[in-house]
Structure formats: C-alpha cells, structure tokens
Design a protein. Structure first.
Length: 80
C-alpha cells in the first residue's frame, strides 16, 4: 500500500535469467510465479469459496534440441 508503483511493477515482472531481481526495502524481488504461481490458499484466506485455476502454459515437447543458452532459459521458464 506504499512505495513507488513503477518499481513494484518492474519487480513483479523480473524473471530470473532474463532480468536481475529488483531490491525494495532490502529484499530482492522477482516475478511471483517463480515460487508461487497459483496462491489458492491466499484466495481462500481472503474469503473465496471457489477458486478456479487455468493452465495456460504451452504443451512441452521433450524432443526439443537447444541451440544456445537463451533457448535453455526459455525452456526452463516454460517448465516452471
């Protein structure tokens, strides 16, 4: 409820491997999906009776060949 909105938005979109974490009040922050992408229990704590989650990730194809480190990072983020 306080602080710089632009910094908070940037911190919420920093994905490890692409962008460095943003430090706010001594804490290094990254995109929440890295550790907690579907906070169902929080929604319930706030009073939700029904929580609907939708998986929007692409289908993974294990036969992919990786030509460079960038493709490896993309794949790692797709999996997580």
């Amino acid at each position: 409820t306080e602080g710089d909105m632009q910094t908070a938005i940037v911190a919420s979109t920093t994905i490890p491997g692409y962008f460095p974490p943003i430090e706010i009040n001594g804490r290094k922050l990254v995109d929440g999906a890295v550790t907690y992408n579907l906070p169902v229990d929080l929604a319930r704590q706030f009073g939700a009776d029904i929580v609907i989650g939708v998986d929007v990730h692409p289908v993974l194809h294990p036969e992919n060949d990786f030509n460079n480190v960038f493709e490896v990072i993309l794949r790692a983020n797709t999996i997580t």
